[in-house]
Design a protein around this ligand. Structure first.
Ligand SMILES: Nc1ncnc2c1ncn2CCOCCNC(=O)c1cc(-c2ccc(F)cc2)cc(O)c1O
Ligand SMILES: [Mg+2]
Length: 218
């Protein structure tokens, strides 16, 4: 029967990675996606930039929008202090199911709460509930990697829900490809944010891409 790409990624992890070893899980996915089939994980080049931002912010609270197979979730969770609270929202239940197993294989299931958002516009439904649901006041770090046309509306929603504070950092994937032009325009022209970008490439390709870093200053 047909085996989906996400199932093939999970099988590559279970076959080639060591249980409880997050770095071997990351390596197994990167090897599969660079040698066998492209997939929309953030990848190793942008992943190293993500690692450096996580290490620098050293966040106690993290929100990831768009879990997919859990690749960036494992990268982030493996760098967090034990008391940290990490929420990742995934719209697609099939992606969430694979991500749960990838995160478990890495031995990080106790550090991450995956919230399967089961209705369209999912993150917009969940963001207002996060405070009460998880007892989180504000996020120290938000990684945006879900629907590119939701970056702006969800950032505004997080502001309105009081989930962002002075010093919060937003890191956005794919601002060039597939692109989030309205988001970039908004944050660049807003006095609330200090923004800059890290030059990189689209995962597993040579195409230009940037990770967009935002520091909230007001
Ligand atoms: N919480 C939520 N709320 C709403 N929706 C949600 C959600 N969580 C998930 N979803 C559903 C959308 O999830 C996937 C989003 N990611 C991408 O689409 C993506 C695409 C490319 C790409 C594709 C093809 C090319 F040719 C070139 C580049 C590369 C990337 O790095 C990408 O991240
Ligand atoms: Mg992405």
């Amino acid at each position: 029967s047909f085996v989906s790409l996400r199932q093939r990624i999970l099988s590559a992890v279970q076959k080639n990675a060591t249980r409880g070893d997050p770095r071997s899980v990351i390596r197994a996915i990167d090897q599969f996606c660079s040698q066998k089939e492209w997939a929309m994980n953030v990848g190793n080049e942008k992943g190293c930039i993500l690692d450096s931002v996580v290490s620098e912010v050293n966040p106690a609270t993290v929100l990831e929008l768009g879990t997919y197979c859990g690749y960036s979730t494992v990268r982030i969770a493996s760098l967090l202090p034990p008391y940290a609270k990490f929420i990742t929202l995934e719209f697609n239940p099939d992606f969430a199911a694979v991500a749960r197993q990838v995160i478990a294989w890495a031995g990080l299931e106790d550090k991450v709460k995956i919230k399967p958002c089961l209705v369209e516009g999912a993150s917009s439904d969940w963001i207002p509930k996060i405070k009460e649901q998880f007892g989180i006041k504000t996020f120290d770090l938000v990684f945006l990697d879900h629907w590119k046309e939701h970056y702006l509306s969800d950032t505004k929603l997080m502001e309105e829900c009081g989930l962002l504070r002075k010093g919060s950092v937003l890191l956005a994937d794919n601002v060039i490809c597939p692109g989030a032009p309205d988001y970039v325009e908004y944050v660049r022209s807003s006095p609330r944010y200090k923004s800059h970008y890290f030059r990189s490439h689209l995962e597993y390709t040579k195409a230009e891409e940037n990770l967009w870093y935002l520091g909230i200053i007001e």
